[in-house]
Design a protein around this ligand. Structure first.
Ligand code: G3I
Length: 477
C-alpha cells in the first residue's frame, strides 16, 4: 500500500483515534479490502479530549454551501464572526443597530452547541465614518461605551470571551494612533474593558493583536498593559494572539511568549490562525505549512492557560489573505475545493489523532471471477452553475452477500468531489473511490446501497461511463 503521507495533497486521509483494526484485511468476493476503521473522529473530538477549544471564523452567508456547512458543523466547537459583529456591521449609523449577521452567527453557535467568541468591540478598522467624525472626546467616549453596552449587552451570557479592544498597538510598542487614542488618550482601553465587564459580567475580556506571537516590542507593550491592569484591578481576562503567520516564520519563542502572559494570570488564545505562502502551493510548501500548523497547536497544548486555537476561515477559497497580500494565500487547512490539506493532518496529529492513508483496494486474483453484470449502478446527478450533487445506488445482482464495498468510477471533465454522505468518497486525479460506512457495508443478493456526494465542475458534468464494485465491472441502469 502506498503511504500517501509522502504525497501531500493527493487525496483525503482517514483520521483515527487509538489503535485500530484497519490493518486487518477482509476477503470479499475475490478482492481484498482493508477493514473499516472503527473510530473516525474530527478535530473537535480531538481538541475536546485535550480540553481545548478549536474555533473558526464564520461568514454566515456561506452556511448555505453544504461543504462549508459540513465542516463548520463537525470540526469545531467554537465560532467567531469573521465580520458580522464588527462596528460597521452592527451599528452602521449612530444608535441604529443591525443584528442580522451577528444574530445568525450567535444562533448558529447556540443551535450547534458551540461556544461563541465575540470579535470585536473597539477597533480602528471597519469603523463607520460617523465614529471617526466625532471630534468631541466626550461624544466619542459616549459612543464607544454605548456601542459596547449594546453589542456585548445583546449577547450577554452567551459569549465566552470578547475581543474588547483589537490592534491597539504599533509594532514598536507605541499606541496606534486610532481615533480612540487621539481623542481619548491612553485611558480608552481601560474604559472599554470596564464598559464590557458592565455589559456582560460573564464573558472573559481579551485584548487581541497581530504580530504579537513572539516576544517583541509589540507583545511586550501588551504584556506591560496586562501587568498594569492586573495590578490596578482593571478587568482583563485574556490575551489573543492572532497568528496571521507566514510559512517558515512561526516565532521560535512563541510558547515562551504565551507562557509569560499566562503567568500574569490571564488566559491566552490563538485567535485568527492562518499560515500563508506564495501561491501557487506545491508539495514542499504544503509540507512546511503543515509543520508550522503542528507547531502552533503544540504551543497551545503546552501552555495550560491556552484556551484554544481558532483558524481564520475554513477554505482557502474565501480567505482574506489573497485580497490583502496579492500573490500569497493557501493559508488555511482546507483547500479551494474543501479538500483537507497536509496541515489538516498535522493538526490532527498534534491533537493526538492518528492519520492513516485512505485504504486502497488491492484486487487479488479471484478464484471464481464474478460474472459481468454481478452489480448494477444508477447515477443521478443534479447539476447547477459550477456545482453538482450525485446520488448513486449500487445493486448486488449476484447470489452472494457483499460484505464491504468499494465503488470506483472516473470523471473525465475535471469534476472534483468536495464531500460525501453515506460513504467515504475520495478522489485522486479523475478517479473516484467510494467506500461504505461502518453501518452500510452489507449488500445482500438483490439488495442495494445508496450514497451521495457533492462536487464542483467547470462547465460540463458528464456522468461516469463505467463503474467497478470491489474491482468488478457493473452494468449501468
Ligand atoms: O460587506 C461589504 C460588501 O457590502 C461589499 O460589496 C464588498 C466589496 O468589497 O465588501 C464587503 O466588505 C468586506 C468585508 O470584509 C466583508 O466581506 C470588506 O471589503 C473587506 O475589507 C473585509 O475584510 C475583512 C477584514 O478583516 C477587514 O479588515 C476580512 O473579511 C476579515 O477576514 C478580516 O479579519 C481581520 C480581523 O477582523 C482582525 N485581524 C486581522 C484579520 C485579517 O485582516
Amino acid at each position: 500500500m502506498i503511504d500517501r503521507r509522502t504525497h501531500p495533497g493527493r487525496g483525503r486521509r482517514r483520521t483515527l483515534v487509538g489503535l485500530l483494526t484497519a490493518t486487518a484485511l477482509a476477503m470479499i468476493a475475490g478482492a481484498v479490502v482493508p477493514a473499516l476503521a472503527s473510530s473516525a473522529t474530527t478535530l473537535k473530538d480531538l481538541a475536546e479530549a485535550k480540553g481545548k477549544e478549536i474555533g473558526f471564523a464564520l461568514d454566515p452567508n456561506r452556511l448555505s454551501e453544504s461543504a462549508y456547512r459540513n465542516i463548520a458543523d463537525t470540526e469545531f466547537n467554537l465560532v467567531v464572526a469573521e465580520n458580522a459583529m464588527k462596528w460597521d456591521a452592527t451599528e452602521p449609523a449612530r444608535g441604529s443597530f443591525n443584528w442580522n449577521g451577528a444574530d445568525q452567527v450567535a444562533n448558529y453557535a447556540t443551535s450547534g452547541g458551540k461556544k461563541l467568541y465575540g470579535h470585536t468591540l473597539v477597533w480602528h478598522s471597519q469603523l463607520p465614518g460617523w465614529v471617526s467624525n466625532l471630534s468631541s472626546p466626550a461624544e466619542l467616549r459616549t459612543a464607544m461605551v454605548d456601542h459596547i453596552s449594546a453589542v456585548a449587552g445583546r449577547y450577554r451570557g452567551r459569549v465566552t470571551a470578547w475581543d474588547v479592544v483589537n490592534e491597539a498597538f504599533n509594532d514598536d510598542g507605541s499606541r496606534r494612533s486610532s481615533v480612540f487614542q487621539q481623542r481619548l488618550g491612553n485611558g480608552y482601553i481601560e474604559e472599554a474593558f470596564r464598559a464590557a465587564r458592565a455589559a456582560d459580567p460573564t464573558a472573559k475580556l481579551c485584548i487581541n493583536d497581530y504580530s504579537t506571537d513572539g516576544i517583541n516590542n509589540k507583545s511586550t507593550a501588551i504584556y506591560s498593559l496586562v501587568q498594569d491592569f492586573k495590578a490596578r484591578g482593571v478587568p482583563i481576562d485574556c490575551v489573543g494572539f492572532q497568528a496571521h503567520l507566514i510559512v517558515g516564520q512561526v516565532p521560535a519563542n512563541m510558547q515562551q511568549n504565551l507562557q509569560r502572559f499566562a503567568d500574569l494570570g490571564v488566559d491566552v488564545r490563538i485567535t485568527e490562525l492562518d499560515i500563508r505562502m506564495q501561491t501557487p502551493a506545491d508539495a514542499t510548501k504544503l509540507a512546511n505549512q503543515a509543520a508550522d500548523y503542528r507547531r502552533v497547536f503544540q504551543v497551545c497544548l503546552a501552555v495550560a492557560r491556552c484556551a484554544g486555537v481558532t483558524v481564520w476561515g475554513i477554505t482557502d477559497r474565501y480567505s482574506w489573505v489573497p485580497g490583502t497580500f496579492p500573490g500569497q494565500g493557501a493559508a488555511l487547512i482546507w483547500d479551494d475545493n474543501y479538500q483537507r490539506k497536509p496541515a489538516y493532518d498535522a493538526v490532527t496529529e498534534a491533537l493526538g489523532g492518528i492519520v492513516t492513508p485512505t485504504p486502497t483496494p488491492t484486487v487479488t486474483s479471484p478464484t471464481t471471477p464474478p460474472p459481468v453484470g454481478g452489480c448494477r449502478v444508477s447515477y443521478t446527478p443534479n447539476t447547477w452553475n459550477t456545482g453538482f450533487t450525485a446520488n448513486v445506488t449500487v445493486a448486488n445482482l449476484g447470489t452472494t452477500t457483499v460484505n464491504g464495498w468499494i465503488l470506483t468510477f472516473g470523471f473525465t471533465a475535471g469534476q472534483q468531489v468536495t464531500s460525501g454522505w453515506n460513504a467515504t468518497v475520495t478522489q485522486s486525479g479523475g478517479q473516484v473511490t467510494a467506500q461504505n460506512m461502518s453501518w452500510n457495508g452489507t449488500i445482500p443478493p438483490n439488495g442495494s446501497q445508496s450514497f451521495g456526494f457533492q462536487g464542483t465542475h467547470s462547465g460540463t458534468n458528464p456522468s461516469p461511463t463505467s463503474y467497478a464494485l470491489n474491482g468488478n465491472p457493473c452494468t449501468i441502469g
